[in-house]
Design a protein around this ligand. Structure first.
Ligand code: PMV
Length: 335
């Protein structure tokens, strides 16, 4: 069986960090995707070829416990580990050990906070299952994808794997293993510019730092977290009613609160403030912070100006529209 599966990246529009404390967050899929092509192999051998991941191409072959990596770069292994784990977990769940040739391509850089690891995991699970003639529901794919993220990262929220599976706009709230997800019906385009600045800290460090502050000064940082939850409520209304001015205002407020938690950086602030002063309706960091991505909401007539200023202050920018389809699987004749 030859299969093509793809899954989108994501941005967190509102509520990152506060979501760790039971507040809701709003996430949206973007129009950049991870593509996985899979071809059934009868010999139980799994080969993985990853391209365009902003790392050199690589071919990994593993049989039983033996792994061969045809590249000089040890750097590649973390990216491959999501694929590896996705196949391991899907294979166990399906109780099938069929071999597969996987080819992975990315339309976006990996490791920039755009949810690529979740998209890789989800698309690989779907591609592997269908290549063996199995079918999985979206709920199953999302759950297995989350298991992959937890297994590779040690700790992971279900936000990224949910949004890359279901796509669109989602409000998510979770505590422990209990996840509440709600799809938000937004049928109009929301033009966004994403800018990436160098990552200074890992997600894990940022989450840990906020946790320490919240437990040390709950009357201050705990209240900031609650305020972010209030922002999410108003932002949801604005989003559903497509009130862009209000949405921009809430992005700015959310960014200020994230900054007060200590997760913004000088570079992120520079990009955010420059975007606003060049005409964006609102701008904020997105994801864990400590570097990484910032997003700006723009009316179409301002996009050029805002993007060029953001590009000047960052490593790269991308334009995207939000709310794109989640995981997609097609059984194909040729790979
Ligand atoms: O940087 P990202 O896209 O992985 O986002 C992390 C989001 C946090 O809310 C900071 C952490 C979490 O687990 O939800």
């Amino acid at each position: 069986m030859r299969v093509y599966a793809s899954a989108p990246g994501k941005v967190t529009l509102f509520g990152e960090h506060a979501v760790v404390y039971g507040q809701p967050a709003i996430v949206a899929s973007i129009d950049k995707r991870i593509h996985v092509y899979a071809e059934f192999r009868s010999d139980r051998v799994i080969t993985i070829e990853a391209r365009d991941l902003r790392i050199p191409g690589v071919i990994v072959t593993y049989r039983e416990n033996e792994v061969t990596v045809e590249t000089e770069y040890g750097l590649i292994l973390p990216a491959i580990s999501y694929l590896n784990k996705a196949i391991e977990i899907a294979s166990k769940y399906l109780d099938s050990k069929h071999g597969v040739k996987l080819v992975v391509r990315s339309e976006m850089p990996v490791g920039a906070g755009l949810g690529t690891s979740a998209a890789v995991a989800v698309a690989a699970i779907a591609a592997y299952a269908y290549s063996g003639g199995y079918e999985l529901s979206k709920d199953e794919i999302a759950r297995l994808g989350w298991e992959v993220e937890k297994a590779v990262q040690g700790i992971a929220s279900p936000m990224d794997t949910s949004i890359t599976t279901y796509g669109g706009f989602m409000k998510i709230r979770y505590s422990g293993s209990n996840i509440e997800k709600e799809s938000l019906a937004i049928d109009r385009d929301l033009p966004i510019i994403i800018a990436y600045v160098e990552r200074e800290f890992k997600t894990r460090d940022m989450v840990q730092m906020v946790r320490e502050r919240v437990s040390q000064y709950p009357q201050l940082y705990g209240r900031v977290v609650e305020l972010i939850g209030e922002v999410v409520k108003i932002a949801e209304e604005a989003l559903v009613k497509y009130e862009l001015e209000k949405l921009g205002l809430m992005m700015n407020l959310n960014h200020g609160l994230l900054d007060s938690l200590g997760v913004s950086t000088r570079k992120l602030n520079e990009v955010v403030y420059a975007a606003r002063s060049s005409g964006a309706l609102g701008a904020k960091l997105t994801g864990a912070g400590g570097g990484g991505c910032a997003i700006a909401l723009c009316r179409p007539e301002k996009i050029e100006t805002v993007e060029s200023i953001m590009r000047f202050l960052s490593e790269f920018t991308m334009r995207t529209s939000l709310g794109k389809e989640g995981v997609r699987v097609r059984v194909e004749k040729s790979i």
